[in-house]
Design a protein around this ligand. Structure first.
Ligand SMILES: [Zn+2]
Length: 594
């Protein structure tokens, strides 16, 4: 690790950094725990050690330091992770070193693209305030947008020009980078090459899209024109090295603290709905931007909460994407509730016309997903004939099967039978089957360590000279009586720790599986073990070995007796007596035999 990375690591708190991505709860004097972002789980097995500054998941076995966490979760290389962590902590970056020229080029490109987006956002904001922005200001005021809100969301205006932004940014980057930014368009020419670039967003109100750290990575822009000339109502940045549409949740950067606090997210479709609610104090709101959720988006959301209240537009186009999103959230085990607003209003109009209080009441009155779906089944296939009931059922069954928790499925099936008045034994049986069907996930926990191994790992991980005696005792035994330690699962970690000089224990164990074992031992730690604890552990190790040997000798004695081999029998009997004596000594005294 470079000096810079080392110094960053010393300055940041891994708990704070990880809390930026997932919910953590205090789980002990030095530990925090939460749901693992790297595997699917329902009860938390992911731990962070606040003092030793590492994380470990007892479910899937991942472990590491702050850089490894950020690298995994952001899917970036080590140098990028160092950079991200440094930036979060406000530590200025030195001239960077990268492991390969490609990596360096990629990081440079991303950095440049972030700079371009920042500059574009600032310039759009400026244009909105200027004379050309008058129409846009009028539009925003008409939608109840305050100057404060414009500032918070950095809303801007892209003027009616093909080259104004291009001219503004052309000094900042070469043309290839400008093209890669997605801020510009170009037309394919007769010979198949791309023509000159021009501004993508024109005569539109611009809304920046930010990543989880709040940096602008893309834009969505609404037209101010109406009629044929207007083109689509919204246009968005294309996919770029910075922006992957399916991996961004609109407003998550601003909403995440409130989502954690409320322990649920309010999910709306439109960005304007989202902004409007947020500015009126409902801050745990994020938007899907009108398309169905992707698996990545669901995974991102899961890091913050497992509870979602959905307030989608009631219109049909919305319903399709909405249903897909709901299906995906259900499959991932989210608790879902659904809001239906009176009068078929969208959230923005509702809150502006009826006020915050009425909206809050509507959210509080959100229906459970099962009730909502049963209602929808009834509305879509009205009537009580056997045929209609069958259709209602067929509508509901896939929804029921999708739910991961058996109890929730059973409750849903029971409610459906009751509310739809299904008395046919056949249909009831089918509901029952749907509730039974989904296979259960079994979570694997890797608690491979014995108490003895735990004590030894913890003793060898001691750095504090005050507890040096325990460490020395363990090192000594490991070097002098290595045969007692043979066959321990964590033997590699023990040896690496014993050879350690002043490094951090988590840094000297390189094998990931061994690192995981060490992490597991350290997470259970309150006080470091004493020299007596270590002696006890070693004694019990030796005892176990002697007992195993004794069992072996007994088997051999039986064999020798059967064969009538008395010479062998005499040797074995003497061996058995020695072992018995050694064991008696061990059990009797606490002193360490040689
Ligand atoms: Zn995990």
């Amino acid at each position: 690790m470079s000096d810079f990375a080392q110094s960053v690591k010393q300055q940041v708190d891994i708990v704070k950094v990880i809390e930026g991505y997932i919910r953590l709860r205090k789980a002990g004097a030095q530990n925090y725990s939460g749901l693992c972002p790297f595997h699917k789980e329902k009860s938390p097995s992911f731990s962070v050690h606040a003092v030793r500054q590492f994380y470990h998941c007892f479910g899937c076995g991942v472990s590491g330091d702050v850089f490894s966490f950020v690298g995994k979760i952001e899917n970036v290389s080590f140098p990028e992770a160092v950079r991200i962590v440094a930036q979060k902590a406000g530590i200025p970056l030195p001239k960077r070193e990268f492991s390969s020229p490609e990596e360096a080029a990629e990081a440079r490109m991303r950095g440049k693209l972030l700079d371009l987006h920042e500059a574009a956002a600032g310039w759009f904001e400026e244009q909105l305030r200027g004379p050309e922005g008058a129409l846009a200001r009028e539009y925003l005021a008409g939608r109840g947008m305050t100057p404060e809100g414009i500032k918070v969301f950095r809303i801007g205006y892209a003027p009616e020009s093909f080259g104004a932004l291009r001219d503004r940014l052309s000094g900042m980057a070469d043309e290839a980078t400008l093209r890669a930014s997605g801020l510009f368009s170009s037309k394919e020419q007769g010979d198949g090459t791309q023509g000159p670039i021009y501004d993508r967003f024109r005569k539109r109100v611009t809304f920046p899209i930010c990543n989880e750290s709040g940096r602008v990575i893309a834009f969505t822009a609404r037209t101010l024109e109406s009629g044929e000339k207007a083109g689509p109502k919204y246009i968005n940045s294309p996919e770029t090295p910075l922006y992957h549409k399916g991996e961004v949740l609109f407003n998550l950067d601003k909403a995440k603290a409130a989502i954690r606090k409320a322990n649920y997210a309010l999910l709306v479709e439109g960005q304007m709905d989202c902004i409007s609610l947020f500015l009126r104090g409902i801050q745990h709101v994020i938007a899907t931007s009108g398309t169905a959720f992707t698996e990545q988006q669901v995974a991102i959301l899961k890091r913050h909460t497992q509870n979602v209240v959905v307030n989608f537009d009631p219109d049909a186009a919305g319903a399709n994407a909405a249903e897909k999103s709901i299906a995906l959230l259900t499959e991932e085990g989210f608790n879902l509730k659904l809001v239906t607003l009176e009068g078929g209003l969208d959230p923005d109009r509702f809150i502006r016309e009826r006020g915050v209080e009425a909206y809050t009441q509507a959210v509080l009155g959100a229906r459970r997903q099962s009730d909502y779906l049963i209602e929808r089944a009834r509305q879509t296939f009205p009537g009580a004939t056997a045929e209609q009931k069958l259709k209602q059922m067929n509508y509901l069954l896939p929804h029921i099967r999708r739910i991961p928790q058996k109890l929730v499925r059973e409750q849903f099936a029971m409610d459906a039978a009751q509310k739809l008045g299904i008395d046919s034994a056949v249909l009831r049986e089918e509901l029952r089957q749907a509730a039974l069907k989904r296979r259960e996930h079994i979570e694997v926990r890797t608690t491979a360590l014995t108490e003895v191994e735990r004590v030894l790992l913890r003793a060898l991980a001691i750095s504090d000279p005050e507890h040096g005696e325990a460490r020395r005792t363990a090192v000594d035994a490991l070097l002098r009586q290595s045969q007692w330690f043979e066959g321990l699962t964590c033997i590699y970690a023990l040896n690496a720790l014993a050879r350690r000089e002043s490094q951090d224990p988590m840094d000297v164990v390189e094998d990931p599986a061994q690192k995981a074992l060490l992490a597991e031992a350290l997470l259970g730690e309150n006080e470091p073990p004493t020299a007596e604890n270590v002696i006890d552990a070693i004694v019990s190790l030796q005892q176990r070995r002697l007992e195993a040997e004794l069992r072996d000798v007994r088997v051999q004695i039986a064999e020798a007796e059967r064969r009538g081999d008395f010479a062998e029998l005499a040797v074995l009997t003497q061996r058995k007596l020695d072992l018995d004596r050694a064991l008696r000594q061990l059990r009797g005294g606490g002193s360490l035999p040689n």
